[in-house]
Write a protein that binds this ligand. Structure first.
Ligand code: ATP
Length: 192
């Protein structure tokens, strides 16, 4: 039989708290797709915050991620963390995705700040073997000893939360539909 000439689909896993999602996440996924290293970007909101901080409800973060990737044909939002319902280890996520999508080659997408935290991960080497990471430079993070794609804009979920908590509107830091969702649902101290 002739070997199949079909190339495996390559998906980049962008895991995060997305509390809330912002233009930095969107730019990261776009930069990874534009590099040609991945065919799809999968946004995977975690169920709980890895450091025990209480984020907005999972359903709201999923809904906001869906609004973030509206009109982005190569991006998907995966709710697989709900099914895993574990301590939020990336290795568990990668293994669950491998089982659910056996014909997809996986890469990890992450900002360069994550590289400095890799020693805290459960079996980072195994994660990196199963889903070799692609790092995107994060403005303000120290340099890393690995290749890095271009940096998305300097923005973080914490910055958005801080602006919203002051009763201001973080215009331009998240797409309008995400901001409208935050306001309509009274998240992060907004008055609905
Ligand atoms: P917080 O401010 O609450 O810590 P965050 O903005 O870092 O949140 P996360 O959802 O924790 O957002 O990030 C998910 C992933 O996106 C991580 O890999 C992180 O490095 C990356 N990321 C987020 N914002 C940027 C950015 N502006 N530039 C580069 N990478 C980013």
């Amino acid at each position: 039989m002739m070997p199949s000439m079909e190339r495996l689909l390559i998906a980049g896993i962008l895991g995060g708290t997305f509390d809330p999602p912002h233009v930095g996440h969107l730019a990261l996924a776009r930069i990874a797709l534009a590099s040609g290293l991945v065919d799809r970007a999968w946004l995977v909101p975690c169920l709980r915050h890895p450091l025990g901080k209480e984020p907005a409800p999972f359903e709201d973060r999923v809904a906001m991620c869906r609004l973030l990737v509206q009109g982005e044909p190569a991006m998907d939002v995966l709710e697989i963390e709900r099914e895993i319902d574990g301590p939020g280890r990336t290795l568990d996520l990668v293994n669950a995705l491998r089982a659910a999508h056996p014909n997809v080659a996986l890469r990890l997408l992450a900002g360069s700040d994550i590289w400095h935290e890799r020693h805290l991960w459960h079996r980072y080497d195994e994660v990196a073997r199963l889903a070799p990471p692609i790092f995107v430079r994060r403005e303000g993070a120290p340099p890393i000893a690995e290749p890095c794609l271009d940096a998305p804009p300097l923005v973080s979920s914490s910055e958005l939360r801080a602006i919203l908590a002051r009763g201001e509107r973080p215009a331009g830091l998240a797409p309008e539909p995400v901001l409208a969702y935050i306001e309509a649902h009274g998240l992060y101290g907004c008055k609905p």
